[in-house]
Design a protein around this ligand. Sequence first.
Ligand code: BEZ
Ligand code: FE
Length: 284
Amino acid sequence: MNFDESTLTDAVLARMDKCQDARFKLVMTSLIRHLHDFIREVEPTEAEWFAGVRFLTETGQKCDDVRQEFILMSDTLGVSMLVDAINHRFPGGATPTTVFGPFFVEGAPNMPHWGNIAEGLPGTPCFVQGTVRDTTGEPIAGAVIDIWQTDGVEGLYDVQRPNTHYGRGKITTDAEGRYAFRTVQPISYPVPDDGPVGDMLRRMGRHPVRPAHIHTMLNAPGYQTLTTHLFVKDDPYLESDAVFGVKEALIAEFVPQQPGMAPDGKHCDRPFSTVHYDFVMAGA
Ligand code: BEZ
Ligand code: FE
């Protein structure tokens, strides 16, 4: 009893003396220490502390099965990329990982070589091809690449429009480790900013925009799952991605092409773009 600013932290930590779970105890000890130090550093008024509690409450209330405001908070505060960095210390030469994001959906349709994941979608047609290899340069046959992205005009995922399904597909690499698919060229778009995290960004003087990208998640037996993006070179938001996900090695050139024969061997009657990107997976 008689706890004060200098004794309260140790008193709270001492109450865990019967905790049996060593990892949980370590996590809680660190959390309590940092939280108490935060309060000692900031010295919030009671009104400020309640505003913080209200912010967390509203963040939880904004969540539903397609909206995850807490992940958005983690992403925009750089925490998701920090967790990603700590968990994917891949060997040199492997393609780096980046943020998973909230818009992945299980069960995308399997597509053939040069399948179109954006059939009927507005935007500039875009043909993406390359290889999947291991860190010694050997091709990986049978790697499954899950692909997801927005439309090419408004920058919305299908899950952001009720009852729509687009911009998703699974491509399997052939015996030489090659993959190829057709899509629309992605554009930069804002993360959902009509909730507490959007208010937080505005108060911090930040924009909510992510540079144009295609999400990919690669799986192959014997290799670590590779969750990453292809970013569009020269996008004006590459330096200020709202979720800190850009890595130099993930920036690909989307080369503009005139109407004519496309890489899938068919005629394309509109300007299109072509991309070549080779993935390298780290062994499990
Ligand atoms: C995304 O790229 O889909 C994304 C990532 C983090 C937060 C919101 C969206
Ligand atoms: Fe995205």
